[in-house]
Write a protein that binds this ligand. Sequence first.
Ligand code: TYM
Length: 331
Amino acid sequence: METVVSGIRSTGKLHLGNYYGAIRNFVQMQHEHNCYFFIADLHSLTTHPTPEDLYTNVRQVVVEYLAAGIDPDVATIYIQSDVPEVAELYLYLNMNAYLGELERATSFKDKVRANPDNINAGLLTYPVLMAADILLHRATKVPVGKDQEQHLEMTRTFANRFNRMYKTEYFAEPHAFSFGKNLIKIPGLDGKGKMGKSEGEANAVYLSDSPETIRKKVMRAVTDSGPTTPNQQKPEAIQNLFTLMEAVSSPDTLKHFDDLYNACEIRYGDFKKQLAEDMVAATEPVRAHIHEISNDNDYISKVIHQGNEKARESARKTIADVREIIGFRKF
Ligand code: TYM
């Protein structure tokens, strides 16, 4: 049995990328491993949400986690800010995180490019807080999508540096994990890049979207005028739709449309209709649960109290060990 940690920023509704990249893997692991899944509300502060938005978003993510199949009786679900020990570990790790390596992180460079007016220290040290989340429970497996791979590499660097500095083997190396052999990258509907919360409403399919909304979004997805040469390479926008189909549809369906594409006989209207229906079906069980759970305040607060307690127990133990290793002594 290994310890597993993963988290999702509380910046709003969950989309298919979050589901296939992280949550689905996590749900499959919860019965075999010691699993912690948390809502990264401290991380979300880099974008300065209002107090009302912060609360509403955290609640929404809790509801959607549960609806997606995380079982609070076997896994520990908690809210990052309810476990203040993480901030302490973050501080210790920050002392040995170097400006150069933080500035080179792809996520940081992307954020700087996208929001040149909000380059705060929290953004720079975002990977350190993420390392603290993982090392706080001394996890070895971290179910995440492809976009988090570099953060896991940095986590290993920080863990090894701590071990070297204090001549200990306290932290084991955590690795990004996916059940398939490769980490997943779910593309968006706009023809370029990944599905994400910051790429606009129409680009992402949310777990809470109604079937009508999903159909509308998919039918509007970017395509082209169609293939002209048999077996030609698919342009990015078309490949992205095939990658989405690979996630939500059966292998037979995927093969059917792939064969049509390769024979230059594909009709994008039919292709998108099928993709939309398979997305509706794939998200249906989650959608149904979202409404049910969202109305049950008592259940939500019971789950969170129980999770927070379990997470703090593990966190307190690590922090006590780390303080001892660093050399803090009681007077
Ligand atoms: P976040 O909130 O951006 O995304 C949460 C999880 O969803 C995955 N994901 C995707 N996977 C595949 N295709 C996509 N298009 C896609 N979009 C998102 C992400 O890889 C991630 O697994 N830094 C993290 C949150 C975090 C965390 C942690 C994760 C904080 N501390 C500790 C693991 C361990 C983040 O911003 O994820």
